[in-house]
Design a protein around this ligand. Structure first.
Ligand code: GSH
Length: 213
């Protein structure tokens, strides 16, 4: 049995959502962040040397890193769904946008989270550079989702699952005003309308207000 080790309010919501989209059987094990540090609890740290979520276990397999877990589940349980293959015209776009999240957008928001915590003055050049980088990434994304409904093109794929957390729950840690990005906000409404997304969030983080606007 595939077990998803899910830390509340974290990137592991991606894995819960993927399992719901695929309709595969899985067990969900919940972990709660330390109320003061917001870090993962000792039980999750005992599971994997990095101690961060997500982690999955399946038989002898223990795997961390959300992108690696997504690829593992898609390859083993996806049956070709949600991941266009090399023969598909949208293959390159799929790969690019799948990796855009953890390669570009998530690090930018993470950097800003730390810079904001450091209490830098609003005009500090490092802070301004990070903000400019965030707006560049969001502008790029805005143009993409204005041009077609989903990141890889006409069809919803795992690339959209990767970015969902970063555009929503991540904003609890690194606030972003999406007012200047109407196409991203419309894209988030398309995500919100998916029954599998609704099920995943209800199971993973019941009661957590979803930052979809
Ligand atoms: N690159 C990793 C990042 C994992 C990560 O930083 N997870 C955060 C939650 S969003 C976490 O577990 N934080 C708590 C901690 O590090 O103690 C991935 O994509 O899985």
């Amino acid at each position: 049995m595939l077990t998803v080790h899910h830390l509340g309010k974290s990137q592991s919501e991606r894995i819960v959502w993927l399992c719901e989209e695929l309709g595969i059987p899985y067990a969900l094990k919940h972990y709660t962040r330390d109320a003061v540090t917001m870090l993962s609890p000792p039980e999750l740290r005992a599971l994997h040397p990095i101690g961060a979520a997500p982690v999955i276990t399946e038989g002898e397999v223990l795997l961390a890193e959300s992108a690696a877990i997504m690829e593992y589940i898609l390859a083993r349980h996806g049956g070709g769904r949600l991941a266009p293959g090399p023969e598909a015209p949208e293959f390159a776009d799929y790969l690019y946008w799948f990796h855009f999240t953890n390669g570009t957008l998530q690090p930018v928001l993470g950097r800003l989270m730390l810079l904001n915590r450091a209490g830098l003055p609003a005009d500090h050049k490092v802070l301004l550079a990070a903000q400019e980088r965030r707006e560049r990434a969001l502008g790029h994304l805005e143009r993409r989702v204005a041009a077609q409904p989903w990141l890889a093109g006409r069809d919803f794929t795992a690339a959209d699952i990767m970015i969902g957390f970063t555009l929503t729950t991540m904003r609890y840690f690194s606030p972003v005003d999406l007012t200047p990005y109407p196409a991203i906000r419309a894209y988030l409404q398309r995500i919100a309308a998916r029954p599998a997304y609704q099920r995943a969030m209800a199971k993973g983080d019941p009661g957590m207000p979803l930052l979809l606007d």
